[in-house]
Every structure is written in structure tokens, then in C-alpha cells.
Design a protein around this ligand. Sequence first.
Ligand code: FAD
Length: 388
Amino acid sequence: MDHVVFVGAGLAAAKAVERLRDEGYDGAVTVVGAEPHLPYERPPLSKDLLLGQQADPTVLAPGWWGEHGVTLHTGVRVTEIDRRGRRVRLDPGEWLDYDTLVLATGAEPRVPDLPGAGGALYLRTLEDGGRLLEVLRGGGRLAIVGAGWIGLEVAAAARSHDVEVTVLEAAVLPLAAVLGPELGRHLVELHRSHGVDLRTGVTVEAVLEDGVRTSDGVVEADHVLVAIGAVPAVGLAERAGLAVDGGIVVDERFRTSDANVLAIGDVANAMNTRLGRRLRVEHWDNAIRQGRAVADVLRGRDAVHDWLPYFYTDQFEFSMEYVGRSAPDDRVEIRGDRDANEFLAYWLAADDTVTAAMNVGVWDVNDRLRSMVGSRIAPADLPGPSGE
Ligand code: FAD
């Protein structure tokens, strides 16, 4: 039996090894993760955890690993891939042989090239989340650079601790490239109505000890969180000479430019046969789906990556699920009560093809929305929240 080695012990790797064992694969499996934790889910870090709610983000119970004969090294970084010798070097130096290598190294917060940026808070790990919770519990003023999903979720959590929050966004509207202008404005109004000082069209020039310097002057704050997106952790793959283009380039079966090396999760720029193009997706559901799918590939099943992207967010009373992938110039059709945050939104291409759909405060409809993506539907026929 082959020895499968996973680099990175995040959600994608955990879901892959779980599926391998569930489906009867009994070859040797090793997972090497740099963090000192069992694989855990990150979505609670900007939601439940910051709201002070108990949440166990561990993906597989501590006993699972021993019971299923999967070797897990935590707190161990892989520093080098020797593709010719089919082995990886572990920090601090010994080598581990593989037959098949799966890179699941995830992503890291984007650090802007600005004075003082190294001294800001970032949010990716359990430690980052714990530090931020302490900050929120301490009260005071928080400046958040970036009104993306994580920045806005943290802003909502911070308001529940009565923290004074200023969000600084360079674009004219937050998330407009994904949601379009109407829903971008909706998010601005939502946050402002909860006391978030959300400023758009503002360029941050420096992170200071007591705030941030912006194109509009200094914003004073006790703490600064930078949340301007993530970059895929491709360093290892690049040094090993694998094809990298905005993520590790893989085909629909997760194969890199080396047939013995695969990549999944946030780090993979994977061919999606449903969309007919490569896409790197930084979402929880993608890590789960690609983890399971790569396990099927490793077991020789005829699995391909054809699952439409899906993600969700919770901010104040705006809780939603989104499926598909819209283009910036798609038009948006809304059905239901936008002001009450109970509605469906559809993104339509010029020929009325549904490219994406979102349910806000309306549940158990996402599978129906998923089935509509890719179909041409006249706007008059787009159903509302109760299916009418
Ligand atoms: P990761 O979870 O990043 O795991 C990769 C692991 O690899 C890390 O532990 C890393 O330390 C390790 N690693 C990297 N390099 C090496 C190396 N050389 N050697 C050993 N180990 C290495 N998605 C949603 O859909 N909805 C949400 O609401 C949502 N909320 C989020 C909130 C936060 C705060 C964050 C950070 C992310 C959120 N996401 C959300 C995204 C989701 O968590 C990710 O898509 C998912 O974690 C990706 O899983 P992964 O296994 O690919 O990577």
C-alpha cells in the first residue's frame, strides 16, 4: 500500500483522511501540521469565539487518529519537498518518505506593505482569535482595515462587546465585486445601524501605535486589525518547482504538475469541471468537498472536482448562504424583504443564466438555489422565499 503524506493539518486534510478511512483505505497515512493543534475549523474564529460562545472547532476527536491508524505530527513544519527522492523534510531536519504527497497548506493573512503593518492584529489561527477576544473584552476602540467578510464579521462581534469600531475600506462599497452595489450598500447600512463607523473610499497609509493614518487623516484606535484577505501558502510548492499561478495549479483530480503531488483546499487553484475553469476558493465548504474528493481520487475512484462554490456569513441579523460564482457585471434580482434581511438574491448573466444565488434569513432552500445555477431563467420566473 502507498504511503500518503499530507502537508498541512487543516480542515481539507482532516476531511480527506476521514474519508480515506471511512471508505476502507488501509494504507499508511501521515499528516504533518505546523500548528500545535489538532485540525480545527476557522469560521468560529470570527463568529462564535469572538461572541464569547462555547464552540469546539476540532474537526476530528482526539482519539480518532490513534483509533484509525493515521499518524499526525502537530507543531511540525515541512520545509522542503524532494520530488525526485519522493520525500519531505520536516523541521528540524529528518526526512519522511512518501508515495503520494497532498499539499493542504491553506492560506495566510495578507500583510500590506505599509509602515507599522507588522504590529497590527491579524486573524487566521486559534491564537489570533484568542488574542482578539481579549482585545474585545478589554473594550476601547478598534480600527479594522478592510471590509471583507472577516473584517465585517469581527466588526459585528466587536459591537456585541460595546467596542467602538471603525472599519476602513478602500473601495467605494464593501464586497461589491461579489454582491453588487445594492447589496454592498445594504451591508454598509446594516453596520452603520449597529454603530459601526464604516468608512469607504479610504486608503490606509500606515499603522500607528495609536491608530491608523489614512488618506482622510488619523483614525485613533487602541488596537488595529488588518483584514485585507489571504494569500495562498505556496512557498513550499514554488521552491519544489511545481506550477503555481495564484495558488498551486491542479487539474480536476487535484494533480499538480507532478503526478505524485496533489493539492487541495485554500491553496489549490483547481479546475472545476462544472464552471469549466480554474478557481481558487477560500471557503470552508470547498475545503471539505476537496478533502473528500481527493480521498476518492487516491482510492482510484473516478472523482472530479465539479462542486459549485458555497459560503456563508453571519453579521448582526444578516445570515446568509451563497452558492455559485457571479461575475462583477452580472445583474442582481432580489425576491423577498431586503430590509428585514429575509430574501433571496440571484445573479444573472446578460442571457439570464443564473451564475449565483444567495438566501438571507431564509433556510433549507440552498439546495434548490444550487440546482438553479447554470440554468437560464427569466427574471419573472425567479422564485421568492416561499417558492412562489
Ligand atoms: P487551513 O485551514 O489554512 O489549514 C492549512 C494548515 O496548513 C494550517 O494549519 C497551516 O499552519 C498548515 N501549514 C501551512 N504550511 C505548512 C507547512 N509547510 N508544513 C506544515 N503545515 C503547514 N469560510 C466560509 O466558507 N465561511 C466562513 O464563515 C468562514 N469564516 C472564516 C473565518 C476566519 C477567521 C478564517 C481565517 C477563515 C474563514 N473561512 C470561512 C475560510 C475557511 O476557514 C478556509 O477556507 C479553510 O480553513 C481552508 O482549509 P484548508 O485546510 O485548505 O487550510
